[in-house]
Write a protein that binds this ligand. Structure first.
Ligand SMILES: [Zn+2]
Length: 659
């Protein structure tokens, strides 16, 4: 009496990827409903079971579907948009501004469907995602029939789907409640990274993940820069810091973990955290080399991920597995490191364990879900075949197979691809919609790139208000008379400051764009002789002069933004034609003269060495008021005993250019 099942795969080379790495050749697998009910030698299975459908695999490799352990699937729509940039410029300068403008539920849905088509074609049956509008990612994945861990992003910045972190946390809660018991989707919460989240966000997301017993998916220790900043700000590396916030009380999936030491590996291992190693992304962004062998030796579940298709630029797990194996060998200077069998294990069973769904998928074993792929190992690039040792088969898959060799894909007992035909997705329609969106994004960026101002605004945080500035600058032979005249009874000193200013001016091909000043102010505490505070600002200075009143200049179009990124960031983002650096020591007084506030600056030019200058200035928001103030400025200059001197234009650029 034989048992009835739905499908029997027979005459296959079965790589089970189970605990003992069992292989069956010719092997067979019986599937009933959503699960695998038997695996074994073909003869035994066909004797024991009768199926509605029997597939003769013709000697193809039958193996568990690949697990893409870390990605951002909707970013298929941003693939190839901006490349060959550093992570911060790429992320803050391009991805986030475009995402703020374009990412919507429809965008996410289309991007996910495209990614599902690409992944099914390349033998991926499970992916672990993190993005915005994750509800739409989950719905699209479920519609495509693929398995996914879907993490709703939470971070401290406003996101395309949430104005605040509280909003995104609430979204994550509702998202988890909605998808909690879905057969294909595992909902998760995704605090983006420690550097885009506050300690409070990290704690709140860990609490949420614990409450519903769902994974917490985040980026940890991706770059040396991130670790250095963490050490500077919190006195410890990234892993201990997030541990302190209670992150590891949740089921963590940590993407990257490139810059971690042995102690941090131990912490991750004790916490039962999963890690996603993302070789292409780490190579392309020059993030460094993750200590993969050390992580595996410690018993950590390390999977392999493609990362988002905007930083890879594809979702090809075959390529990723091969790279993982090659890099491990090169980095350890040992060709026996990460053999093919172990690399493939990372992309299957270990990957599933890293996602905390090892009980469901990742190997061909009785009781697991039927997430199976067939790989044709007979093409010219993979011939001939050796059977001498069990490792030959893994080498064939890892070192010679291509994603296009995947012919058939089943997830949860349902066919998604038969003989290279996708059954749940219409590729032609998806491609045409993707091209329409690409066209709009192109137009948006072309317009933005034409103007320094719009590039500045795209970074966020800049005040777009225009102001008028009344100012005069005079060269001084001696500063003592000024210091003396500041004591005049008509001048009320509100406060006095001393600081060191480091200015870098960016110039552009088109002078009408104005010039951009990056200024770092070091406040000097004269009592202690130390730097008490440092701040950095960006100012876009318009080229236009509005007028001149005797010695006084009236200028406008100053757009201010806090400079939260490094000078290097702005240099790479704005790509100036040339630069000038100026350093000066500044004594600054805020004074009241005839009910009007003025700044009086006494500057010693240090770089280049140009001696002393006096600057008197006042800011105002209307032109009429500016004209009145211009008159007072002339008066004040006379009172300070500096009228009639050699006046120069603002910001020292002209003086420096002449020097
Ligand atoms: Zn990522």
């Amino acid at each position: 009496m034989t048992q009835q099942v739905d499908t029997i795969f027979t005459n296959a080379f079965v790589l089970t990827m189970d605990n003992t790495m069992t292989q069956f050749s010719p092997g067979a697998v019986a599937v009933k409903g959503d699960s695998i009910v038997a695996v074994g030698m073909a003869e035994d299975i066909t004797n024991e079971f009768t199926a509605d459908e029997t597939i003769d695999c013709g000697g193809k490799v039958l193996m568990p579907g690949l697990i893409n352990a870390h990605t951002h699937v909707p970013m298929t729509l941003l693939r190839g948009l901006a490349d060959d940039l550093r992570l911060d410029v790429w992320l803050m300068g391009y991805m986030m501004p475009v995402e703020r403008e374009f990412v919507s539920p429809e965008f996410v849905r289309l991007g996910t469907l495209l990614a599902c088509a690409e992944q099914i074609r390349s033998g991926v049956t499970t992916f672990n995602d993190m993005y915005y509008f994750e509800d739409d990612v989950a719905q699209a994945a479920a519609d495509a029939g693929i398995r996914a861990v879907c993490g709703q992003t939470v971070m401290k910045f406003p996101a395309p789907d949430a104005a605040s972190y509280e909003d995104s946390l609430q979204m994550a809660r509702e998202f988890i409640q909605k998808w909690k018991d879905h057969p294909l989707i595992v909902p998760a919460v995704s605090p983006h990274a420690p550097y885009t989240c506050t300690a409070e966000i990290l704690r709140a997301t860990a609490e949420l993940a614990k409450e519903f017993d769902v994974p917490l998916h985040t980026h940890l220790s991706e770059t040396a820069f991130e670790v250095e900043n963490m050490r500077n700000e919190n006195g410890m590396p990234v892993i201990p810091y997030v541990k302190k916030q209670g992150l590891f009380e949740a089921k963590v999936i940590a993407a990257h973990c490139v810059h971690i030491d042995v102690g941090e590996i131990r912490t991750l291992q004790h916490a039962g955290a999963g890690v996603s190693h993302n070789p292409s992304s780490n190579l392309k962004l020059a993030s460094g080399f993750a200590p993969v062998m050390k992580m595996l030796e410690s018993g950590l579940n390390v999977g392999i991920g493609t990362d988002g298709p905007a930083s890879n630029n594809d979702l090809d797990m075959f390529e990723e597995v091969r790279l993982a194996a090659f890099i491990a060998k090169a980095v350890t200077n040992d060709p026996t490191s990460l053999p093919a069998s172990q690399a493939l294990l990372m992309a299957t069973r270990l990957g599933a364990q890293a996602l905390h769904i090892g009980h469901l998928t990742g190997s061909v074993e009785t009781g697991k879900r039927a997430d199976l792929i067939l790989v044709d190992v007979s093409p010219i690039h993979n011939a001939p075949s050796f059977k001498r040792a069990s490792d030959n088969a893994y080498a064939q898959i890892v070192y010679a197979s291509k994603s296009t060799d995947v012919t058939d894909v089943m997830v949860n007992g349902k066919w998604l691809m038969r003989d290279r035909q996708l059954l749940t997705l219409k590729e032609e329609e998806l491609l045409s919609e993707a091209n329409q969106i690409a066209h709009k994004i192109d137009a948006f960026l072309i317009e933005r790139e034409q103007s320094v101002l719009s590039k500045l605004i795209a970074l966020g945080g800049s005040s777009e208000g225009e102001s008028f500035e009344v100012q005069v600058k005079v060269k001084l032979a001696d500063i003592q008379p000024i210091l003396h005249n500041l004591k005049d009874p008509d001048i009320e000193i509100v406060r006095q400051r001393h600081y060191h200013e480091h200015d870098v001016y960016f110039f552009f091909d088109d002078p009408a764009q104005g010039r951009l000043r990056y200024r770092e102010d070091d406040f000097i505490d004269d009592a202690k002789g130390t730097i008490s505070n440092t701040r950095a600002r960006l100012t876009l200075i318009g080229q236009k002069r509005e007028g001149r009143f005797e010695e006084v200049l009236l200028s406008r179009s100053r757009f201010l933004a806090p400079a939260s990124q490094s000078l290097r960031f702005y240099r790479e983002y704005f790509k100036p034609k040339s630069e000038i650096t100026i350093e000066k020591d500044r004594l600054r007084w805020l004074i009241n003269y005839k009910d009007t506030e003025f700044f009086v600056n006494l500057d010693q030019m240090k770089e280049p060495e140009l001696g002393y200058y006096l600057e008197v200035k006042s800011r105002t928001w209307s032109r009429k008021d500016a004209e009145l103030k211009a008159h007072l400025t002339t008066e004040l200059l006379a009172l300070l005993g500096a009228s009639g001197g050699e006046t120069v234009t603002e910001d020292y650029i002209d003086i420096v250019s002449e020097a």
